[in-house]
Ligand binder design. Structure first.
Ligand SMILES: [Fe+2]
Length: 207
């Protein structure tokens, strides 16, 4: 086997892992619409996916010098869920923002920190006072039900980090908000950094 052929085989194997995850997640959502169950069972599926760092296509792990990148890896045909790689350059992070749908965050590479916020009676946003740290293989959840407002940043000052996110919608097209610390919302539709998706459906190698 040449190096090139070995590289292609590894690429195909990685895409098969992503395809398996997508298929299992679609099956889960066909069986239940209960959010707690989706977060619990889907969290296990995501934990199994990010337990391995051998499958994410290189072009969906490229960091940008100025801003974090959000690459769409897959969107369900009924837009019941989307799978995204978040790539943080050194020191990069988000503003305070919400999601409006359930979400699962699984750490693949590096370290990520998140600070959660809640709305105080006076309308301002208050930090919950804790800053969580995600390490490779770990998963956490967000949603309007379990806490939906946070800010996230790369915990590593000199190395890119990558996390895999699953949302209960085509998240790049969801109208949501970023927030000033005083609680003032700004309309936010994230979009995606990529115009082309990984081809997880080419089974010709096996055929
Ligand atoms: Fe978020």
């Amino acid at each position: 086997m040449t190096i090139d052929t070995a590289g292609q085989a590894a690429h195909a194997k990685g895409l098969a892992r992503l395809r398996g995850f997508v298929t299992s997640f679609a099956e889960l959502l066909s069986g239940t619409q209960d959010e707690a169950e989706v977060l619990q069972s889907g969290g296990k599926l995501l934990a199994a996916l990010v337990a391995h760092d051998d499958w994410l296509p290189d072009d969906c792990a490229v960091h940008h010098p100025d801003r974090y990148q959000q690459y769409l890896l897959h969107c369900d045909s009924r837009e019941r869920f989307s799978v995204v790689s978040f790539v943080w350059g050194p020191g990069q992070g988000t503003p305070i923002h919400d999601h409006r749908v359930w979400g699962l965050i699984g750490m693949l590479r590096g370290r990520e920190r998140a600070e959660r916020y809640h709305r105080a009676p006076d309308g301002t946003l208050r930090s919950d006072g804790t800053v969580g740290m995600l390490r490779p293989g770990e998963v956490e959840a967000v949603s309007p039900r379990v806490g939906d407002i946070h800010r996230v940043w790369n915990a590593l000052p000199d190395t890119p980090s990558v996390s895999i996110h699953i949302y209960g919608a085509n998240i790049g097209a969801v109208e949501r908000a970023t927030y000033d610390p005083d609680g003032t919302p700004k309309r936010f539709i994230s979009g995606y950094a990529n115009a082309h998706l990984p081809n997880i459906w080419d089974r010709s190698g096996r055929a």
